[in-house]
Ligand binder design. Structure first.
Ligand SMILES: Nc1nc2c([nH]c(=O)n2[C@H]2C[C@H](O)[C@@H](COP(=O)(O)OP(=O)(O)OP(=O)(O)O)O2)c(=O)[nH]1
Length: 156
């Protein structure tokens, strides 16, 4: 460890609730694009957002999906937790599966949404979502090829 590292305070995690909405009829996944004005605007991700003070993961996810998509979710089933270190934030992503919701989808933040099978056709995909694509692929007996998604990232 260098002297510089010793001098740095530990980075605080930003807690994020993320929903993997699964369509019963064909197993498609709901993916949405990040709205203008946010870091990684235009990247595709699973819908969700940051926990507010005092909120549980499920409460935050329920609130975010109303705010972003206009739908009320049923149970959010906790699935896995990952971390991703971006230049803008160190995030802890709380992934939940969601199989029931009500209401009509409305893009309330000017974003786009798409029901997708694997591998996703939309791009670029937020790198913090890769692990979920891997688990979903494994569940479905599909090969996950991270290079396919990396090749679709904008060139620096
Ligand atoms: N929603 C979502 N966020 C993800 C995914 N993968 C991933 O790394 N993230 C990261 C990106 C952001 O740093 C963070 C989510 O924060 P955000 O800025 O979208 O959350 P928010 O809607 O509460 O934003 P805000 O406008 O209130 O600040 O999690 C994903 O698949 N979905």
């Amino acid at each position: 460890m260098t002297v510089d590292n010793l001098a740095q305070p530990a980075r605080k995690h930003t807690e994020v609730a993320v929903g993997v909405l699964l369509r019963e009829s064909d197993g498609a996944l709901l993916i949405s694009s990040r709205p203008a004005g946010k870091p990684y605007a235009g990247y595709w991700e699973f819908p969700g957002g940051k926990l507010e003070e005092g909120e549980s993961v499920e409460q935050a996810l329920r609130r975010e999906l109303v705010e972003e998509l206009g739908v009320s979710i049923g149970q959010a089933i906790p699935w896995k937790v990952t971390e991703h270190d971006y230049p803008h934030a160190l995030v802890r992503l709380h992934w939940c599966k969601v199989t029931a919701w009500s209401g009509e989808f409305e893009m309330r933040e000017g974003q786009q949404m798409a029901w997708q099978q694997l591998p996703l056709e939309v791009h670029p995909v937020l790198p913090g979502a890769y692990p979920v694509l891997q688990w979903l692929s494994e569940e479905r007996g599909l090969v996950f090829d991270q290079g396919y998604y990396e090749a679709q990232q904008p060139k620096p």
